[in-house]
Design a protein around this ligand. Structure first.
Ligand code: NCD
Length: 428
């Protein structure tokens, strides 16, 4: 078949048109089209004018774009986020800027439920399996509370000691067995890649609640959601922001997920400050710089200048042998004096928590507790609507939530924390 024949047949197939329809569509006589479709050695064969070829190429290009557009408009958010056709959340690599903003929209819808003004039962009858093989307070409880607030209930296991994994059961068997009992799994495990292994043994939604030094996608989503809410209050955009990440950037999975998620935005500047042995892994730096963002690395907190966000992290001592960390001295601490020296009144201070408040830990100082720039508890509060949104989307009830709400009947304090009123007044 000649190249011209192949090109025209392919075009008619893509546009799903007969010769008649196609000749009308491109504005040529049917007879002319027939001669272009003949074998090259036929005496009737004619070469199609180059202008016609260009026109056909343009029509096909537009058609491909339209098909992609309508397919993505018809795809549910769960399908957009999912991996290998399954509704799992294992890595922030599964999210685009569009799907992230859609998820933020669902999180906004969840706010009145998270604030206990409304109730919803869209997950009534569903059971969550919370499998935590590593220490956790917030992630485990907030995933559980989020599921309950949508009407579901929760079964928990914590640690290896009381699970059959201590008897040598494989990840595959554990995952398949649990899938017969529950409707979704949240898993935290000390090995990178382990939650993905769990997900391969089941078709129910699996959410990565932290896989060793790998990723912590739900934390990064709630961090970015919190950042965008703080920024909108201050009239700032995430695009163009300057974000400092401080602490254990090597083993801290929250910053691994957060920096990759932020890379979906435009023209960001990152200042990454860590002790020399705890720098951000190169593979993550490469994935961020390829989006055109600027990264500056440092070992000193004096480089914390003109940043919009300071994101502090705990040294992940459980992930390496108990050795002294060079450069991790009392000077390496985010505290009131440092923030007053280097930051302005609109700098937001974040931390995924827990912060190590023991003497000598050098983690985020409690002397900032009365500073309204400290967003850590607004951040933890946002864990509920964001995790509700993740469940609702992955379990296919996100569109039902808005219509399902009823008023909550019990007494709820107007501010959850004793200092919240003071913060809210300052922030207005
Ligand atoms: C973090 C974690 O477990 O990765 N905590 C959390 O989930 N909010 C951070 C940490 O342990 O330092």
């Amino acid at each position: 078949m000649s190249a011209q024949q192949t090109f025209l047949r392919d075009a008619m197939r893509r546009l799903n048109m007969t010769r008649d329809g196609f000749s009308k569509r491109i504005g040529v006589r049917r007879r002319a089209l027939d001669t272009w479709l003949l074998p090259e050695d036929s005496s009737e064969y004619r070469t199609m004018p180059s202008i016609v070829k260009k026109f056909v190429s343009e029509i096909i290009g537009r058609e491909i774009l339209m098909t992609e557009y309508t397919q993505s408009a018809h795809e549910s958010l769960a399908e957009k986020i999912g991996i290998s056709g399954k509704p799992h959340l294992l890595s922030v690599d599964q999210l685009t800027r569009d799907s992230l903003e859609e998820l933020f929209h669902v999180s906004d819808i969840m706010q009145p439920i998270a604030r206990r003004q409304k109730i919803s039962r869209v997950l009534e009858g569903a059971v969550l399996g919370n499998l935590f093989f590593e220490a956790s307070t917030r992630t485990r409880v907030s995933f559980g509370a989020a599921f309950c607030r949508l009407g579901g209930s929760v079964c928990d296991t914590t640690g290896f000691t009381f699970s059959s994994m201590v008897k040598g059961e494989s990840i595959y068997d554990t995952s398949r067995v649990m899938s017969g009992y529950v409707d979704a799994l949240v898993i935290r495990h000390p090995e990178k890649g382990s939650v993905a292994e769990f997900s391969r043994a089941t078709n129910i939604p699996v959410i990565n609640g932290g896989d060793g030094p790998g990723e912590h996608p739900s934390q990064a989503i709630l961090d970015l959601y919190s950042m965008s809410r703080e920024f909108s209050r201050l009239g700032k955009l995430i695009d163009g922001a300057h974000i400092a990440m401080v602490g254990d950037l090597r083993y801290g999975r929250t910053v691994h997920s957060l920096i990759k998620l932020l890379a979906n935005y435009r023209r960001l500047k990152f200042t990454l400050i860590s002790p020399p042995s705890l720098e951000m892994p190169i593979y993550i730096l490469d994935s961020v710089t390829k989006h055109g963002h600027v990264i500056q690395q440092s070992t000193s907190l004096t480089d914390l200048k003109q940043v919009d966000v300071v994101y502090a992290t705990r040294i992940q001592k459980e992930r390496f042998a108990d050795e002294a960390i060079e450069g991790y001295t009392p000077e390496f601490q985010i505290n009131q004096a440092l923030i007053n020296t280097y930051c302005d009144k609109h700098t937001i201070i974040m931390h995924p928590l827990p912060r190590d408040s023991r003497a000598g830990a050098n983690d985020l100082s409690t002397d900032l507790n009365n500073d309204p720039r400290l967003a850590i508890f607004r951040q933890t509060d946002n864990g509920i609507p964001v995790r509700m949104a993740i469940f609702a989307v992955l379990m296919g009830v996100d569109k039902q939530v808005a219509h399902s709400m009823r008023d909550a009947k019990w007494n709820v304090p107007s501010h959850i924390g004793p200092d919240d009123a003071y913060f809210d007044a300052l922030l207005d």
